[in-house]
Ligand binder design. Structure first.
Ligand SMILES: Nc1nc2c(c(=O)[nH]1)N(C=O)[C@@H](CNc1ccc(C(=O)N[C@@H](CCC(=O)O)C(=O)O)cc1)CN2
Ligand SMILES: Nc1ncnc2c1ncn2[C@@H]1O[C@H](COP(=O)(O)OP(=O)(O)OP(=O)(O)O)[C@@H](O)[C@H]1O
Length: 181
């Protein structure tokens, strides 16, 4: 994907994250907690996505990877690009105080990074199981896999610990309900 195509697709994602959509689909009004991620490499989205959420009044929580073997993610507040620093795996993480893994249970919606997701809600991640360990207690109608259009596919193999996504967010289709058929 060229930079121009990625920029255009990422811009469309931002439009879907408008207040009215978040309110209608997730009952998330300004002031609500929204968990997100800092996109890296070919992952969908950009810091513009995070800044737009903050600009619309949401409290944006970002994952913080703890030292040691894969464990549930901790969470810290995003307050602008200057509040990020390079953490484990070269990911950008917030520098502020971290909150326990259970913090994510109270978020009205959780934007989950994914390499692909299928129409049943099966998500393919980076393969360390961080998210599966972190979102097992979250109702699936709050879980949104963010992918590019062609990464929303018909069928993926489901793993033992896979947590089903309730939605996909793609640049062209916006929010798409998963697993309803
Ligand atoms: N932007 C973003 N943030 C995220 C995730 C993500 O997928 N995207 N995560 C989603 O879970 C968590 C981090 N998960 C990760 C899982 C594996 C590797 C990784 O590069 N693993 C290497 C081994 C590197 C090493 O051990 O030093 C590998 O598997 O080859 C990085 C992050 C939390 N934050
Ligand atoms: N809740 C869990 N408890 C114990 N082990 C788990 C749990 N979730 C995942 N795992 C293990 O972690 C490894 C990676 O899981 P999986 O391939 O589902 O990760 P992923 O969803 O692709 O990655 P991520 O969630 O980090 O994006 C597997 O060995 C899996 O068995």
């Amino acid at each position: 994907m060229s930079d121009q195509v990625k920029d255009d697709a990422d811009h469309r994602l931002v439009i879907s994250l408008a207040k009215i959509d978040l309110h209608d689909h997730f009952s998330a009004s300004p002031g609500a907690d929204v968990a997100a991620y800092v996109p890296v490499g070919a992952e969908p989205g950009s810091l513009v996505m995070l800044d737009a959420l903050v600009g619309n009044g949401y409290e944006v929580l970002l994952p913080v990877v703890v030292p040691g073997p894969p464990a549930p993610l901790r969470w810290a507040r995003y307050s602008g690009p200057e509040s990020l620093t390079t953490g484990r795996f070269g990911l950008l993480e917030p520098t502020g105080p971290t909150q326990p893994p259970s913090t994510v249970d109270d978020a009205e919606l959780i934007l989950v990074p994914a390499l692909a997701v299928d129409r049943q809600g099966v998500r393919l991640g980076r393969g360390a199981g961080y998210y599966d360990r972190s979102i097992a207690g979250v109702p699936r109608n709050r879980l949104v896999a963010v992918v590019y259009d062609e990464e929303l596919v018909d069928v993926l193999p489901a793993g033992e610990f896979d947590v089903a996504m309730g939605w996909a967010l793609t640049p062209t289709a916006g929010f798409t309900r998963l697993g309803t058929t």
